[in-house]
Design a protein around this ligand. Structure first.
Ligand SMILES: Cc1cc2nc3c(=O)[nH]c(=O)nc-3n(C[C@H](O)[C@H](O)[C@H](O)COP(=O)(O)O)c2cc1C
Length: 221
């Protein structure tokens, strides 16, 4: 194990000595969950920057780096996003108004076009000079990687976060004034955690390890 002193710092110096009590990675991972309620306490702007900047550490196919984050703290904009995300339906189902209440929304976007352009560059073309046929749409993969980086960074900074899908994609893009070709994949709410209602999705237990982790070949037991 590399000592933390020898590792390049991923931590922004603007946060000063406050980071010294940071958790180990395993604890951050274990603590992460989608939180669906927050206190109304704001999150310091510099902390939000550090959390958003974690997306810069995410991997990307061909180093395309086509993920972008719009940090939204304006109350009216957050209310608009909450409306688009049908927050009323959450509240009718017994949840808190967690989307509008979250002091920050990180809208995560990705551009498929940037990937297609990158994979048209000479070092990415096949021997026949033809771009690859995308066995997997890497832009979604990379957006997911950036999402996880942000979720973990929130926990690492003593906060909570929750991802939600927003089905009105063009409207969300318009709210954040996204450039052409950038698709918002959803919103990450960030804030100080408050007691929340458990999602019904969690009634599905975590799959047993043996059905997820296999060795050499898929073990059908
Ligand atoms: C791509 C994706 C979309 C999700 N969309 C929503 C959503 O719209 N609303 C919501 O409350 N939770 C959403 N979730 C959260 C999942 O319900 C949650 O991750 C899952 O139940 C496991 O719980 P945990 O993340 O708290 O461990 C989403 C998660 C992912 C990865």
């Amino acid at each position: 194990m590399v000592s933390s002193a020898a590792m390049p710092s991923l931590v922004d110096e603007r946060l000063g000595g406050w980071q010294s009590s940071r958790m180990e990675f395993a604890e951050v991972l274990a603590r992460r969950r989608m939180v669906r309620n927050y206190t109304t306490d704001p999150v310091a702007a510099d902390v939000l920057e550090v959390i958003a900047e974690s997306a810069l550490r995410a991997p990307s196919a061909g180093n395309s780096q086509a993920v972008a984050v719009v940090v939204v703290t304006d109350e009216a904009l957050r209310a608009e996003i909450a409306g688009l995300a049908d927050e009323d339906d959450y509240v009718s189902a017994g949840f808190d108004p967690w989307i509008s209440r979250a002091p920050a929304h990180l809208v995560l976007l990705v551009s498929e076009k940037v990937y297609r352009d990158r994979y048209s560059e000479p070092d990415k073309l096949g021997p026949d000079g033809v771009p690859i046929s995308w066995p997997v749409p890497y832009w979604w993969v990379d957006a997911g990687a950036a999402m996880m980086a942000i979720l973990l960074a929130a926990v690492d900074n003593g906060l909570a976060a929750g991802f939600l899908g927003v089905h009105s994609v063009p409207e969300l893009a318009s709210i954040v004034d996204a450039p052409d070709g950038y698709t918002p994949i959803g919103v990450i709410t960030v804030g100080h955690p408050a007691p929340d209602r458990r999602s019904s999705s969690l009634d599905r237990p975590r799959r047993p390890r043996s059905t997820v982790i296999h060795h050499e070949h898929w073990d059908r037991g």
